[in-house]
Design a protein around this ligand. Structure first.
Ligand code: NAD
Length: 457
């Protein structure tokens, strides 16, 4: 039984306790929102250039503590050191990018007879951000920093398992000189603190990242208050590999093993043209055997543990011992380890081929031709990301247009850049984060018409 007043943070690589943290109650959330409302009024009145200057200073402080933040992420989330360093850098870079946005939050002047018509982007007020455990630091940053830059206050609830880097970011914001209570982090349980944030009438918007199931509940609760919501949810993304592709690059196992597969963009459906299926199987078998799985704090490690015992049980349920599969290795002993795995005899309608596993497990599925590839790629309720590998440019363009997903890459497995929009089609989500429009998602558009006719005589 977990203690409702406390969160226990475990190191997933050792199962040792890293920290215990008080869990916020409904009353704590309500008090934080009152403080945030006050802080936001002051912040919105700060000139955009000064807001930008403070956010750049925050970026400098994050940069100065990047190694400390990365090592904390390794301990609380089991991320490899290389990944965790990228994550701290991502938080810093997004602050710099968003700071520039504060100075460029432009309205429009629209021709209208009898006067001038102008639009303004006004901050929403207090934004609630609810983050998952798989990328605690970047996802906290993506929801919070553009919102702050646009003149809002933020109350962030990190996931139960991973509150530490978010708490540290809030402390660094204060150190950088951001006003008190502008960026508050409240660790707590989803069904208490999370719900309280979603239901609070003075929280103007919710940014939720997590499972599709919880996202649906968050959206229903927001609907009662007609509260805007951004949802970044699950995925079951395709990697479409045509016979003419560079198979070694296309079948890079880190397209589904990065972060031990706990990545909503993981390309876990490996769709391979049947004429090169045997060759693809060999390439994957060699690649899985070469993956170094182990202590995430070791610079040579490429894959760490899963987040928890519960997650490992869930992943295991998709991989019976006798399932035909290619398997890598994983350490024994303490830690939530699972070997890199590719299931080779799944049907497209099997549980493993349809559900998000959120572990280092992919399914290999053959297709016949371009039409069959697109049909299979779209045969999912999700639509977050995907890759297309072919040397035929026309086919690459046709398939990218036909696949219903928010983030596609051609001859590449990249998904996330802080300067390009990120989000899902279908049940992978609603709205977009990052990119040039990141700040406008945290504003209301106000239209003002100013008559040039004199007062009526
Ligand atoms: P989760 O939905 O269980 O929890 C996510 C967050 O929501 C946590 O902070 C949790 O405390 C909170 N929460 C739980 N119940 C709540 C409720 N009733 N009301 C308000 N908040 C509540 O998901 P998880 O297990 O933490 O994360 C894994 C999932 O997140 C995966 O399905 C993954 O695909 C998804 N994910 C999506 C993206 C994306 O950008 N699309 C990114 C990362 C993770």
């Amino acid at each position: 039984m977990s203690d409702p007043n406390e969160l226990t943070v475990l190191n997933p690589a050792t199962e040792e306790i890293v920290a215990t943290v008080p869990a916020a109650s409904e009353e704590d959330v309500a008090a934080a929102v009152v403080r945030a409302v006050r802080a936001q009024r002051t912040w919105a009145a700060v000139a955009p250039a000064d807001r930008a200057r403070l956010l750049r200073r925050f970026a400098d402080v994050v940069d100065a503590h990047a190694e400390e933040l990365a090592r904390l992420e390794v301990r609380e989330a089991g991320h490899t050191l290389g990944n965790a360093r990228w994550e701290a850098g991502n938080a810093r870079d997004l602050l710099l990018y968003a700071a520039g946005g504060a100075e460029r939050l432009l309205g429009r002047q629209i021709p209208a007879p009898g006067g001038w018509d102008v639009t303004f982007h006004e901050p929403l007020g207090v934004v609630g951000v609810i983050a998952p455990w798989n990328f605690p630091m970047p996802i906290a940053a993506w929801g919070s920093f553009p919102a702050l830059a646009a003149g809002n206050a933020v109350v962030l609830k990190p996931a139960e398992a991973t509150p530490l880097t978010a708490l540290r970011l809030a402390a660094l914001a204060l150190e950088a000189g951001l006003p008190e209570h502008l960026f508050q982090v409240l660790p707590g349980y989803g069904t208490t603190a999370g719900r309280a944030l979603v239901d609070h009438p003075d929280v103007a918007k919710i940014v939720f990242t997590g499972s599709t199931r919880t996202g649906r509940e968050v959206m229903e609760r927001c609907a009662r208050l007609v509260k805007p919501v951004t949802l970044e949810l699950g995925g079951k993304s395709p990697n479409v590999v045509f016979a003419d592709a560079d198979l070694t690059a296309a079948l890079d196992p880190f397209s589904f093993l990065d972060n031990c597969g706990q990545d909503c963009c993981a390309r876990t459906r490996v769709l391979v043209q049947e004429s090169v299926l045997d060759e693809a199987r060999d390439v994957l078998a060699d690649a899985l055997a070469a993956v170094v799985v182990g202590d995430p704090a070791d610079e040579k490690t490429r894959m760490g543990p899963l987040i928890s015992a519960r997650q490992r049980e869930r992943v295991r349920s998709y991989v019976p011992d006798d399932a035909p599969a290619l398997r890598g290795s994983a350490p024994d002993g303490p830690g939530f380890w699972f070997p890199p795995t590719v299931l080779t005899a799944e049907r497209p309608d099997s549980r493993a081929a349809r559900e998000e596993i959120f572990g280092p497990v992919a399914v290999l599925l053959p297709f016949t031709d371009e039409q069959d590839a697109v049909r299979l790629a779209n045969d999912t309720p999700y639509g977050l990301s995907g890759s297309v590998w072919t040397k035929d440019l026309g086919r690459a363009l046709r398939v990218s247009q036909a696949v219903r997903a928010g983030n596609l890459s051609v001859n590449s497995h990249s998904s996330v850049r802080y300067w390009t929009p990120f989000g899902g089609f279908k049940q992978s989500g609603l709205g977009r984060e990052l990119g040039p429009d990141a700040l406008t998602a945290f504003t209301e558009t106000k239209n003002v018409f100013i008559s040039t006719e004199g007062p009526a005589q």
